[in-house]
Design a protein around this ligand. Structure first.
Ligand SMILES: [Mg+2]
Length: 381
């Protein structure tokens, strides 16, 4: 079997899919994207395709080595995401070739269902009570929200009280038997993050996410040691090597993104590395159906998995939704806040190719917002 063609599709709301075709009729799909940089990753996929066309798609590990290291200059979100989507597509092909779900090829399932959480509150959380109530009624046992909207560099008591107030609403609606997580997006500095996790400690969040920016990981230990609150991050880390300092700094929950951190191959290795630190895996996935399918395959086969993010109804999905490009929504039917295991081959998703090709013609040019402080200076989004 040889790879004959690699195609990419830039589809709303802000995704990029790739399709890898082989000479024996098996095709694989993946989702190589950096949110807001889809065109750049698209170009990277086609550069990597120069090497792939003519190769045996089943040599996934060898291709991963060459695609990540063979260009001499390596790493970073664009190249790692391009490799990630291709890696997903190659695992999809392998599964279809062997007639097995990817989780079977990874050693077989270690669980029957995967707990997922729902987003509430949007970029600037409001109407939390109604939204959390709706997710509980839909069966979810966990939600995640942003800690705040725009965050000043120095927190006033009112800023801090607003973050705590939202968490109090979440705890009140959820009760003691369900979970909430708070994403800080690196919007506040290390000192602010220390105050926030300390203030949230008594409300027992499942985790507090990205209290520091990736470039400030050398300060992460100051946050993890500030309070008995599990700290999560990793959506902006792209390899085992990049996770190691965070693990050494007391990370509790590793959040690699299957579409950013080298795909199924590398996230499995990040999970194994995390396991040696007693750290749980909660893959980042505010993305499309292929990224989620890849995440679920890893979740079914990974012992130290905690919970899965998913984008159904997320505030980013303007103009298209999670199920718009799949023929069978069953793998993404969340019952009681869980995705049930299927034994469909490959990633377990049947792509609606006509819908994808049509959406690619409409395309998108999604960019994340640029926020500014009151004085006009740049603010973290
Ligand atoms: Mg996040």
């Amino acid at each position: 079997m040889k790879i004959t063609k690699v195609e990419t599709f830039q589809v709303p709301p802000r995704w990029l899919f790739c399709r890898v075709e082989t000479d024996d009729g098996v095709t694989g799909w993946g989702e190589p994207v950096v949110e807001g940089r889809a065109e750049v990753v698209r170009a990277a996929v086609h550069v990597l395709a120069d090497y792939l066309v003519g190769q045996d798609p089943l040599r996934i590990e060898d291709h991963w080595q060459v695609l990540t290291k063979g260009g001499f200059y390596r790493g970073g979100p664009v190249l790692s995401s391009a490799v990630a989507g291709i890696d997903q597509a190659l695992w999809d092909i392998a599964g279809k070739h062997y007639g097995a779900p990817v989780h079977a090829l990874l050693g077989g399932p270690v669980r029957d269902r995967v707990r997922v959480y729902a987003w509430v509150g949007g970029d600037d959380p409001g109407e939390l009570r109604e939204q959390i109530t709706a997710q509980v009624e839909a069966g979810f046992t966990a939600v995640k929200m942003n800690g705040s909207g725009l965050m000043p560099r120095a927190l006033t008591p009112a800023d801090l009280a607003a973050v705590v107030g939202r968490a109090e609403i979440a705890r009140e609606v959820l009760g003691p038997g369900r979970d909430f997580a708070v994403d800080l997006h690196g919007r506040t500095g290390v000192a602010g993050a220390r105050r926030i996790v300390t203030a949230l400690e008594g409300l027992h969040p499942m985790f507090v996410e990205e209290p520091v920016l990736p470039e400030h990981l050398h300060r992460l230990a100051e946050v993890t040691s500030a309070a008995a609150v599990p700290i999560a991050l990793g959506e902006r880390l792209y390899s085992r090597a990049e996770f190691l300092p965070a693990l050494n700094a007391g990370l509790a929950v590793a959040q690699p993104d299957l579409s950013h951190a080298g795909g199924i191959s590398e996230v499995r290795r990040i999970a194994a590395l995390a396991e040696t630190f007693d750290v749980q895996l909660a893959p980042h996935c505010p993305l499309g159906p292929l990224a989620l399918a890849a995440s679920l395959q890893v979740a079914f086969a990974t012992p130290n998995f905690l919970i899965q993010e998913q984008s159904a109804g997320i505030h980013y999905n303007a103009g298209a939704e999670l199920l718009d490009y799949v023929l069978d929504p069953a793998p993404f039917a969340f019952t009681g806040g869980h995705a049930r295991r299927t034994d469909l081959p490959g990633l377990g998703v049947e792509v609606d190719e006509r819908a994808v090709r049509e959406a690619d013609r409409r395309s998108h040019a999604w960019r994340n917002p640029v926020w500014r402080h009151d004085d006009g200076s740049f603010a973290e989004w």
